[in-house]
Ligand binder design. Sequence first.
Ligand code: ARG
Length: 567
Amino acid sequence: AERNRHKMDFKQEVIKALHLAIGDTLTEAAITKLVETPKDDKMGDYAFPTFALAKVFHQAPQQIATTLAGKIDATPFEKVEVKGAYINFFLDKVSFANTVLTTIAKEPLHYGDQQLGSGNVPIDMSSPNIAKPMSMGHLRSTVIGNALANILTKTGYTPIKINHLGDWGTQFGKLIVAYRKWGSEEDVKRDPIHYLVQYYVRFHKEAETQPELDEEARAVFKQLEDGDPEVHQLWSWFREESLKEFKRIYKELGIEFDSYKGEAFYNDKMDAVTDALEQKGLLKESQGAEIVDLSKYDLNPALIRKSDGATLYMTRDLAAAIYRHDQYHFVQSLYVVGNEQREHFQQLKAVLKEMGYDWADDIHHIPFGLITANGKKLSTRKGNIILLEKVLKDAVVLAKKQIAEKHPDLENAEQVAHEVGVGAVVFHDLKNERLDNFDFNLEEVVRFEGETGPYVQYTNARANSILKKTDQKPVAEVALTDPAAWPVLKALGDYPNVIARALREYEPSVIAKYALRLAKAFNQYYANVKVLVDDAELPARLAMVKAVSTVLTDALHTLGVGAPAEM
Ligand code: ARG
């Protein structure tokens, strides 16, 4: 309850007033479900439709609205009005402003925090494949996972960020064969992923005409699984070099992981899984492979072991799920992985259920859509990739150019350009609804106007610069009565609800869209109102400007985007 003190109680006020007027016919919970937030301000800040009561009271909704409104104690509100079948509640704007601004000023670093739950929540995120470049596709998993971790922290949970590296599988057989045939140690040391990808691509090309290469690769992977020291040494070197490159990108993004336990970590935990499946009589033979039949879930069978004894992606995920449960006793276990793996995670849950683990219900796949470039799907094998590191570099260059135009004498321009460029890419990714596919166009992403991260950052910097232009101090307790401030105040008051909704829907875009909304409301206000005029409300206006900066900064940070004080 202590942490919930930042949650505004205005809706609660409306619900209470309604409950008193209606009596026990409807519970508070039932009323809560009915209360709406009208799109049009003229309809009030909250509205209560009476249709659901018509049957109970045997009266026309309109009549019910009139009768109820007569019984409502309107003192806490500006006014309570009947419009047709609706009762519209208008909040008292001055007391609303006061509550919102004092709440934000009191604990600026924790506004929006609330206790919606507790316990460990592992988040399987990023999880790129060793010896392949991290692409824009992996960016989505990384930044969505990171934002969800921040949202979970704000709402009382303990996130655990796990990078389930793709560091095992038949592709390592191919890679090692290719390296031995065409590779060079110096090249790999100089530019690891670049050359490893070349070997991999060349392998696929040559295998088209020399199918025996595939046979060879299978044999080498088997050697790897059996622990051949020379093969293992190569694998471990490739892994190390790739990881170094990935970590460079994570550093650019400012993202850290709690664990890098990838697929290979589960090698010695696989037998336990297959044994358990066997014991429970769940393993079946099918065309030489071993599977778990999932027809009762309306799903394709899960492949557990191939004919050559090699274990599979699914088996590793079973081992990982069980390991995470043993290790963290999680309350939820999230997997931020592309929508194309939807069936895989349905199968994973179904097999765990068959094994008798009721916590399988706490596993949630958080799918997301594809990023395309000029309308085309990105693929490593076909060479149609966008290198994330290059994207980030180009974004910083574009940001630098715009900053040089807008603010040529900015002190730490280098650092700010980094926060703006990288932040623009991250924000763009998160502003799109998770499941939507979107096309990536760097010029658009880094623009300072429009629905972009730089626009939000710039608005925050502008709010900061207003505060620096005066010796007056913001005072949240001073009454703010100017109606022009209302849209900004309303948006400020909405932040805790926005955080709660982002958690409920596992949807960071809710916060990104909110930040754009608040920034737009503030810019509109600033275009119409002279903030720095020395009158009685100046300290209150400054408090609102400061609150805008506080909330924009928190929203950006929650998304994993920097918020430079100046730009
Ligand atoms: N490495 C995989 C890929 O790039 C993603 C792994 C996702 N996590 C998992 N536990 N399966 O497609």
